[in-house]
Ligand binder design. Sequence first.
Ligand code: GLU
Length: 423
Amino acid sequence: MAAELKIQHETDNPFHIARQQLREACEALNLDLSVYEILKEPARVYTVSIPVKMDSGEIKTFIGYRVQHTDATGPAKGGIRFHPDVTLDEVKALSMWMTMKCNLVGLPYGGGKGGVVCNPKRLSKGELERLSRGYIRAIVDVIGPDKDIPAPDVYTNPQIMAWMMDEYSKLVGRYSPGVITGKPLSAGGSLGRSEATARGCVFTIREAAKCLNLDLGNARAIIQGFGNAGCTSSRLLSELGVTIVGVSDSQGAIYNPDGIDPIALAKYKAETGSVKGFPGCQQVDGDALLEMPCDILVPAALENVITGSNAPRIQARIIAEAANGPTTPEADEILHKRGVMVIPDILANAGGVTVSYFEWVQNLQNFYWTADEVMQRLEYMITQAFNKTYAMSQEKNVPTRLAANMVSLERIAQAMADRGWLN
Ligand code: GLU
């Protein structure tokens, strides 16, 4: 197996990175070669064109993707990203990471992911609704509560999920809230879903701090990205006594060693559209922010922001990956050598899909849970995934990302073997 599993050179292509991580985990577990052979390609890849009537009256065609990585452990599950830089290889990587994430937590799903190449910030509400409905019309035959269950991701939100659920329900002729998660409460959503990614992330930071003997009451955090995950994580961290010293978004970055009030900042961003210019802070460069003094760094935006070039200068003791794929393999190696504790994306941001799972269960049963029930189950599942990952990394003396992938892959490989896929 070792010859087959040769490590490639660093590349920015997230799909190559995802594959490399898969390969390393297969090798570390000494798995049957067929496991890698089956999982290295997504089971199904769909590319669709979505003609949308713009407010001007003209028709504009958008490109969308849906990738179902595997159904070895259940129907495909994963979000839909609306972003101008979406590529098919990115969506393929994200679908593979969803497989690893769902299995790390023990959810009965395989991985999936979707993306539409668009800039939602430049679309009117009507255009966004027509695009969202058009995307569902294009993929209606391949999704469903027992086939593939989408959810929000970068630049998509509960309103978009509600339109998508509505469109799907109309097309199939029955109310089908279980086709998509991350919906508003009125449309079959779950209590706690909108905060779930951040809550899960903060649970993992709490556990990591225990392992490192880091007192959160004296800790400082930098948050890169101030969308749903970044904004809510900064609030929850400050509730635990952590001082938020730096925040950035796509427009700019701010730093204040005395602390930034995340609630006031969220209000400021809602009014001005960015964290840039928030009073009382030093305005800094977004890349430079990652290297500024802090104990906890939370990348909560996009891929490939922690690289071989900035990893040697990162000062944080804990990196909690609220984003998917923020750290390149080269950076991983450097951080591991430097003793920085990386809480890998498939663990740090697994809270979102975990409560998506709870939402789907509630939809299928038509029986809804209290906020406390959601929160307790989330805490249990994320803490357990953290403990398994940490134990694997200690026992095998491997980096935490590899450990998380190993825990996950053991479960996937077992299902593949039991289902007769490896004979
Ligand atoms: N987009 C989120 C993720 O990357 C949530 C996916 C889901 O809830 O299905 O994990």
